[in-house]
Write a protein that binds this ligand. Structure first.
Ligand code: KDG
Length: 312
């Protein structure tokens, strides 16, 4: 395999209006890592997702959906814990609240033995997020195992901080993030996440990028939402504006961005192309209500103008 390997929790997803009054809802699935894997797959890259689901209908739904998207799925169906659930409550056109029901979930019971021998060694790129690191001690142990196996096999690591305060409780997320960021070939962080990881308070994006670079072992991409992104790749600073679209739902836009970048990295494309595809994928995710359903194919991508990365 020369494609993407990612591990993480994928959840059942119920999307509805204000829960106090809603009488209808749509159901689906979502998970940061599988969102990225689907995005890479839609752009033509091979992608494998590894995770644990409950031996229940939500778990079946997760596995069916991921397989239908063309992912290689390496999963354990856990008879002793449920698939996690996420409720997306659209309170108004501008505000969506996400509620998680994931404590003790099957996905959080991920363990190193769930990773088949050879899987990591055969990957072209391993992608991890901070969510998996915070899910549980065994999930963190699995991520450490995969990270160290990848390093031993010369497989590059991609790390998206993707901070979810709720999974960490009072534990110190930042020091764990730093140890992954230091070993990653590429790190993605939002501005708040970059401040958390580095401990800086600066709100100046260029200064924040400098701080982040100092704490990372490889390339760094600062995701700035509606302001696009700033990156230092191979020692060169690049800035790319966001693609302006009518926003329906921003949840999943960060994953879409990462998927666009990694798909182009796997395809051997230059940094400017990686970032231009990343911001367009982010825009596509904002155009539709699901976390990943709106992710573009190559043909879709061409329907949005390619933004021009600026070298700084
Ligand atoms: O990144 C989008 C995610 O919020 C969503 O798909 C679910 O993995 C998820 C999480 O933990 O928030």
């Amino acid at each position: 395999m020369t494609g993407l390997l990612t591990i993480g929790e994928t959840l059942g997803l119920v999307a509805t209006g204000p829960l106090r009054h809603a009488t209808t809802a749509s159901v689906g699935i979502g998970g940061a890592e599988s969102n990225v894997a689907i995005g890479v797959r839609r752009l033509g890259g091979p992608a494998t997702w590894l995770g644990r689901v409950g031996d229940d209908p939500w778990g079946e739904r997760v596995l069916r959906e991921l397989r239908a998207e063309g992912l290689v799925v390496v999963s354990v169906s856990d008879p002793d814990a449920p698939t996690a659930l996420m409720t997306k409550e659209r309170r108004s056109a501008l505000a969506t609240t996400v509620l998680y029901h994931r404590a003790g979930s099957a996905g959080s019971r991920l363990r190193p033995a769930d990773v088949p021998p050879g899987l990591v060694d055969d990957a072209g790129l391993v992608h991890l997020t901070g969510i998996t690191l915070g899910l549980s001690d065994t999930a963190l142990a699995t991520a450490l195992h995969v990270r160290d196996r990848a390093a031993g096999a010369g497989v590059p690591l991609s790390f998206d901080v993707n901070h979810r305060a709720g999974v960490w409780g009072t534990r110190d997320a930042a020091s764990v993030y730093r140890s992954f960021a230091a070993r990653a070939a590429v790190v993605f962080a939002g501005e708040d996440e970059a401040r958390l990881l580095t401990g800086t308070a600066t709100t100046d994006p260029e200064a924040l990028l400098d701080e982040l670079v100092a704490g990372c072992g490889g390339d760094v991409v600062l995701k700035r939402g509606a302001d696009g992104c700033l990156a230092r790749i191979d020692g060169v600073d690049l800035a790319v504006p966001a693609v302006v679209v009518p926003v329906v739902d921003t949840v999943g836009a960060g994953d879409a961005f990462v998927a666009g970048y990694l798909a182009e990295l796997l395809a051997g494309r230059d940094p400017a192309t990686r970032l231009a595809t990343a911001v367009r994928c982010g825009a596509f995710a904002c155009l539709s209500p699901g976390d990943w359903e709106g992710l573009p194919t190559r043909a879709d991508l061409d329907t949005l103008d390619r933004p021009d990365p600026v070298t700084r």
